[in-house]
Design a binder for this molecule. Sequence first.
Ligand code: GLP
Length: 244
Amino acid sequence: NIYSDLKQGSRSVAREIADLIRSKQAKWEKCILGLATGSTPKSLYAELVRLHKDEGLSFKNVITFNLDEYYPIEKDALQSYNRFMHVHLFDHVDIDPANIHIPDGEASKENIKAHCLRYEQLIEDAGGIDLQILGIGNNGHIGFNEPGSSIYSRTRLVTLDNSTRIANAYEFANISQVPRLAITMGISTILKAKRIVLMAWGPGKAPVVQKSVEGHVDEQIPASLLQQHNDCTFVLDEMAAAEL
Ligand code: GLP
């Protein structure tokens, strides 16, 4: 779906999320959302906060699972995805804090495997993700699944590509401060979501969007693996769609 600008695109995704939350509320069901960080979803979260304030959209029945987190990182660090989510969404809506799940950047090294297994289990116990929101890295990563990530991969500790550390360095004082590791949901975790919406804005993303949508399914372009999913939509502005 191509929109004139990111505001229009974000609005349409926010509307879909609001409709899903409300349809679940009408059936007394929980709504399980998979959420992303980075600059891309900021306008989406701003729109959801607006819908909460202006239209009374409630998040009481919403359970969230975030895609990824740097490792190691303190929960309250300026650059942590935990903090990002609170600043941009959770602090402004009525979600129950017990329903928020974000990979733990403070988990001890010995506990990481158990933590990742538990994360997968919690998603399963919740009934699986109804709607997964994604951004896309310049190298095609989704979550922190860098090129070469297996289609069978699950939540795990990964090493970040240098290009990702450079791309994300703006959030840190300098590149040496960017963690070398991260915890991310795997490709198979993402593909298990009932519906997936990937958003991309601006000309910088146009080449990787083209490869992901029109290229071969290739583990070297992780977002191209989404072609295997039967309910996945790319929501783009005109610039990100320019090479399609
Ligand atoms: C980050 C995140 C991804 C995000 C991507 C794009 O490193 N781990 O989940 O989708 O890179 O970031 P941005 O939206 O800032 O372009």
